[in-house]
Design a protein around this ligand. Structure first.
Ligand SMILES: [Zn+2]
Length: 389
């Protein structure tokens, strides 16, 4: 039964025989009235005439002496209420009537905005923006300008963003530029073009989040190497910060989403010595001048030769401690000379150009820098954690 039907019945017919049932009925009526009122206000009116008409309709529906909702409630609920329920019905009815009076035309006219599209258009034309569509600019609801404003707490920069920016700054200073690419990537850019064969375990469903057979959430920022080579050719000096995704269960050191920074330098006569010099410089800038770097052989399909960079442990200075598992060294990134096949996929002639690349995990750097032991803390949005930075 809708509210229009309910107001034509008596309380007894509606089964409202005690105070809670009556309160509930009146609450329903008030909610209906408020919904209609706010729907009208948020809708606005095209001009003065429409505004007058809409206001009057709403007012008549609720306050008309004959067949207005309030009159019907007076007639069917209050007048016909059993004697013992009269006090509670009367109290609620008076409140309802007061609320309804807020719908009086004068009140509603103030609140109901008029669209002023026609006023906006000529001004926009004058300013030479004739292509601007005359969207009806709605006058905001009247508000009390003397009330104090809302105070918004200032946030701080997220530790991951902080570290990202710090690393970016170092490479920008070396003449690298920042390049970005899509997070939803094709299998071609994520694997094929990077010389990662079909049989490679990282292509497995268990390691990669696939969208469909040919699309996935990128597992590393390396696809941007190919995209940038295709776009700019050589020489090329870029870093690629961004989010990457893995099919990993969350624990203290794994997250299904994390950030990487990729670096790529392609030029004539680039050798492994350039790679070592640059990354050693970077490590000292980021972790401190005292840091020593160590390069050890590794394997990645897209670099040849490939290496891993370790730094002397920041905690024990190479003496051996729990953080470095007593080895004195902490591995911080992978790197290598760009595989000729990868240069070819990027449209660059490996006979003329060589290059090096590296990749690092940003969260790991932030964890080392700030002594954080659980990667999950970065993504839980816990203010108590975040406000420490
Ligand atoms: Zn150590």
């Amino acid at each position: 039964m809708n509210i229009e039907e309910k107001v034509t019945k008596t309380l007894t017919e509606l089964g409202a025989t005690d105070a809670p049932a009556i309160e509930a009925l009146f609450a329903e009526v008030r909610a209906a009235m408020e919904t209609e009122r706010s729907a009208l206000i948020s809708r606005g009116a095209a001009d003065q005439r429409e505004r007058d008409k809409l206001s009057k309709n709403l007012r008549d529906r609720w306050l008309a002496r004959k067949n207005g909702m309030v009159s019907l409630i007076d007639e069917n609920w209050l007048n016909k209420a059993p004697k013992e329920l009269k006090p509670v019905v009367g109290k609620r009815f008076n409140e309802l009537r007061q609320t309804a009076e807020a719908l009086e035309v004068e009140h509603l006219l103030k609140a109901l905005p008029i669209a002023t599209g026609r006023l906006v258009e000529p001004q926009a034309k004058l300013a030479g923006h004739s292509e601007i569509r005359a969207e009806p600019a709605v006058i905001p609801r009247l508000c009390d300008l003397t009330l104090p404003g809302y105070r918004r707490e200032l946030g701080s920069i997220h530790p991951v963003t902080r570290v990202l920016r710090e690393i970016e700054e170092i490479f920008l200073g070396l003449g690298f530029s920042i390049e970005t690419g899509p997070e939803v990537e094709s299998v071609y850019y994520n694997f094929d073009a990077l010389n990662i064969p079909e049989s490679h375990p990282s292509r497995d469903d268990w390691d990669t989040l696939y969208v469909d057979e040919r699309t996935l959430l990128r597992t590393h920022t390396s696809p941007v190497q190919i995209r940038a080579m295709e776009k700019y050719g050589a020489p090329l000096y870029i870093i690629v910060p961004g989010k990457v995704y893995r099919h990993d269960n969350p624990d203290a050191s794994h997250s299904s989403m994390f950030h990487q920074i990729e670096g790529l330098a392609v030029d004539r006569d680039i050798a492994f010595a350039d790679l070592k010099g640059t990354l050693d410089f970077f490590a000292k800038k980021f972790f401190g001048e005292k840091i020593r770097t160590r390069f050890s052989p590794s394997f990645f399909p897209f670099t040849e030769p490939s290496g891993e960079v370790s730094i002397s442990c920041v905690i024990c200075d190479g003496q051996g401690c729990r953080t470095c598992k007593e080895s004195g060294w902490v591995e911080v990134m992978g790197c290598g000379m760009v595989h000729p096949e990868v240069l070819r996929h990027g449209g660059i002639d490996p006979e003329q150009f060589t290059g090096w690349a590296f990749g690092l995990g940003v969260e790991r750097y932030a964890m080392m820098k700030y002594g954080i032991h659980d990667i999950q803390l970065f993504f839980q949005s816990d203010v108590r954690f975040l406000e420490q930075f």
